[in-house]
Design a protein around this ligand. Structure first.
Ligand SMILES: *Cc1c(COP(=O)(O)O)cnc(C)c1O
Length: 506
């Protein structure tokens, strides 16, 4: 399998080149030059075997189709993370909520959010490649909350890799922050900055263009890579669980093999949804991929109206912060797949220079063939959280609630009719205060606390939810509250010197 750039490339790249150097020419992203296709026989092969079919089994089968230049032993080592680091033998359990609605839980990994699905195996592959080549890499990550912990976790004490993770000092949940500032790996540095996520991200971007910084890295024999969601090494692992969920429904006789299903995906940077799109293109019987947004509903507008318009938009802070995104990088890969490199370049350049692009009517139709969209306000998420806790004894976080709201709304309107897999992208423990608030909306004590302007601490919210519902936070979350904290908070203009100091030490 070879990879090409979405905005034109002269040469094709291999998978290993693309994951080590994820930026494609002309500001584009790498995509497979041709997606592999499955047929009925492929699905039957997984359906017909009667014995245990673990998650790794289908993962292995799908990776084989991509013919990537990673040797089998390394792939096995990467897949082993699903067995060692995930706390459910199914890896992605598919839970039934009603006759038509199933939840695919993507958060059974070590940091309790969907980022582990890809970053766990990805970390093994990237660091082994670096080691094989005798190269040293620095991974710079700006995070609003979930990517940081998952990146730190996967590269913890790995050879040939250093990680610097920059987060907005006051802009993450307490659990997310603890997951970062309690890391004690020698090859990792965590920097809190005074500012918001955009400040963190733009500081990193200007650093990447800074000659002095680049030269210092070069002199120290350090190359730069990235573990963000534009790296195809992450996307490939986000294709697989869509196959897995489908097979789970088939095996439990909820559907017949080859029946179509719909999937609903809480979306931000569109990497999870892109995985579903590729799965569909490969031949998995998915009818609609439903994009669920929060109040930052630019993806909803894109799919509904065929316009991507950043003008007059300001980022709104919601209770689903991992989806507080306006520039959704992976949309570009869908544009490329549908309309080719020239048109993609044109649309993306328009977005960059004018702040918007608009599809033709025909192009918009092509998008609507595969996608539907909906969005939820914070109040709607809270209602959903409370309702499913009460009626199903199922506790979900606000990101997941955007998908369940979309299910309720679109199935009511008759726009989705098949069995549905809605993806849950974070465990409730990661965002416990907002879940607590949703569950106690009508609680009189809560009102009193609010009058006194007290917000509940994560630890107390978790304890409350555990005491009132049949759920328990995992050890990996509980132990965070007792760990040593190693927090460095700096100004934006101190980032460069801090990184240089860290990478040149010893
Ligand atoms: C990253 C993340 C998302 C958004 O996923 P994309 O692939 O960026 O669309 C949704 N929910 C949670 C909890 C996340 O961590």
């Amino acid at each position: 399998m070879k990879f090409i750039g979405t905005r034109g490339t002269d040469e094709k790249k291999s998978f290993s080149e693309v994951i080590l150097n994820p930026a494609a020419p002309n500001g584009g992203l790498y995509v497979p030059s041709k997606l592999p296709k499955i047929n009925e026989k492929f699905l039957h092969r997984y359906y017909d075997v009667q014995d245990e079919k673990p998650y790794t089994h289908i993962t292995r089968g799908i990776l084989k189709l991509f013919k990537i230049d990673i040797d089998e032993r390394l792939i096995e080592k990467a897949l082993y993370t699903y067995l060692r680091e995930f706390d459910d033998p199914d890896v992605v359990p598919v839970v039934r909520l009603n006759k038509n609605l199933f939840v695919g839980e993507l958060w059974h990994g070590p940091t309790r959010a969907f980022k582990d699905m890809a970053l766990q195996p990805f970390g093994v592959i990237l660091s082994s490649l670096a080691k094989q080549r005798g190269e040293n890499y620095l991974i710079l990550a700006a995070t609003s909350g979930d990517t940081g912990p998952a990146t730190l976790k996967t590269f913890e004490n790995r050879d040939n890799i250093k990680v610097v993770c920059i987060y907005p000092h006051e802009g993450t949940s307490e659990v997310q922050k603890l997951q970062m500032v309690t890391t004690d790996a020698k090859n990792e540095k965590v920097l809190g900055i005074i500012g918001n996520f955009d400040d963190a991200q733009s500081a990193l971007k200007s650093l990447l263009k800074d000659d002095d910084f680049r030269n210092t890295l070069k002199e120290n024999n350090i190359k730069l890579s990235a573990a963000n969601s534009v790296n195809f090494g992450r996307i490939i692992f986000q294709i697989i669980y869509h196959f897995w969920s489908y097979m789970q429904l088939a095996e439990s006789a909820e559907i017949d093999l080859l029946d179509e299903i719909d999937v609903i995906i809480p979306s931000g940077n569109f990497g999870n949804a892109l995985g579903a799109y590729y799965a569909k293109k490969m031949g998995l019987p998915i009818n609609k991929i439903v994009i669920a947004s929060n109040k930052n509903n630019i993806l909803y507008e894109f799919i509904k109206y065929g316009k991507y318009d950043l003008r007059d938009k300001n980022l709104i802070h919601t209770i689903s912060p991992a989806m507080d995104i306006l520039k959704s990088s992976n949309v570009e890969r869908v544009l490329f797949d549908k309309f080719g490199e020239e048109r993609t370049k044109e649309l993306m350049e328009n977005l960059e220079s004018e702040g918007f692009f608009e599809l033709t009517e025909k192009e918009h139709e092509a998008i609507k063939e595969d996608f539907l969209a909906d969005f939820a306000t914070d109040a709607e998420c809270e209602e959903i959280i409370a309702k499913y806790a009460k009626e199903n004894n199922y506790i979900m976080d606000a990101h997941t609630a955007t998908a369940i709201k979309a299910y309720e709304y679109l199935s009511e309107k008759g726009e989705i009719k098949n069995k549905v897999v809605a993806y849950s992208t974070a465990e409730w423990t990661k965002f416990a205060p907002s879940v607590y608030e949703a569950l106690t909306k009508e609680d009189i004590n809560r009102e009193i606390a609010e009058l006194e302007e007290k917000t509940i601490a994560d630890k107390d919210a978790i304890a409350y939810i555990e005491a009132h519902y049949k759920v328990m936070a995992p050890e990996s979350i509980r132990e965070l509250f007792d760990k040593d904290i190693n927090e460095t908070v700096i100004n934006k203009n101190e980032i460069k010197e801090n990184i240089i100091k860290f990478v040149t030490e010893k």
